[in-house]
Design a protein around this ligand. Structure first.
Ligand SMILES: [Zn+2]
Length: 300
């Protein structure tokens, strides 16, 4: 598998910086209008100056934080050029940065929770209104109800996204997508959710999607060279049932399945601690293990 370098595009970063500098400019103009052009340095003027400086510094800090977050997200870009995308939140910017907005050959939605589908809504604009578009409909493998959910999220009365996606309803089973042999099965999650096993050229990638422990996940992960598994919950906490895995549970599945490598994803900072999750996974799985870093490249 391989990734490309960053695209030479004007991205959100550039736009955001422009907006930030415009905002600072507006504040300074407002200050000049209120206190004159600098000869009367009143307490009010000085206060404004301090406010403006604080705002500028805060904006710089926000911009820095945002850039760090963007870089972190971008490291999730390790995907084959023959892409089957799972458009988790943030994946669109990653796609643009590393591979190209029109690189995907297909999209697979594991379930219709918002954090796993909304980038596919934004992607409608990319394909439908491209200057050299519209692009031909893209195969979209998704749970039942996806056409209506995506159209509703797109947000226009009576809108449809059928011109952008050709929908294929997921059901447990095995089918081809391009060069990949794809097996999906239902997970233990409150909505119709599919874990995915992707096979190509004797190598296997398994992705848990969102799930609590279940036998079907163990089957999908059997012998996987790379097991990308969610670990949302903190081990030892009072976690709701039938929703997500802890690091320990992810490690247990990896061990039982004989997975060659375990990558933990979907850690929710507000619910736990990365170090704790990693530690509890390592207690249950002795193979290569790490928490995924956006923008990192993982060979299968
Ligand atoms: Zn979910």
């Amino acid at each position: 598998m391989s990734t490309n370098g960053p695209n030479q595009t004007i991205g959100l970063t550039t736009i955001s910086r422009t907006v930030a500098s415009l905002a600072v400019g507006v504040v300074h103009t407002l200050e000049r209008a209120m206190v004159g052009d600098g000869r009367m340095r009143t307490a009010r003027g000085n206060a404004w100056e301090a406010v403006c400086a604080d705002r500028a510094r805060a904006e710089q800090r926000r911009e820095l934080d945002r850039l760090v977050a963007e870089l972190t997200a971008a490291r999730a870009a390790a995907r084959d050029r023959r892409e089957v995308r799972h458009p988790q939140s943030g994946s669109l910017s990653t796609l643009q940065r590393y591979v190209g907005l029109h690189a995907p050959d297909a999209i697979l939605l594991t379930h219709l929770h918002c954090d796993h589908m909304l980038d596919a809504v934004s992607y409608v604009v990319v394909r439908r209104y491209a200057p050299d578009g519209p692009y031909p409909p893209l195969p979209m493998y998704a749970p039942s109800g996806a056409p209506d959910r995506l159209a509703a999220a797109y947000g226009q009365e009576g809108s449809s996204v059928d011109d952008v996606y050709h929908f294929y309803g997921l059901q447990p089973g095995t089918f081809p997508i391009g060069p990949f042999t794809v097996t999906v099965d239902r997970m233990n999650h409150p909505v119709e959710t599919y874990g995915v096993r992707l096979e190509h050229d004797g190598r296997v990638l398994c992705y848990s999607s969102d799930t609590a422990p279940c036998d079907s996940l163990l089957r999908l992960a059997q012998g996987a060279d790379l097991f990308l598994c969610e670990a949302s919950y903190l081990d030892g906490a009072e976690n709701p049932p039938d929703l997500h895995l802890t690091g320990r549970e992810a490690g247990e599945v990896a061990t039982k399945a004989g997975a060659g490598r375990l990558l933990l994803t979907h850690l929710v900072a507000a619910w736990g601690s990365e170090a704790h999750t990693l530690e509890s996974a390592a207690a249950a799985y002795t193979g290569p293990l790490e928490v995924v870093r956006a923008g990192a490249c993982y060979d299968v």
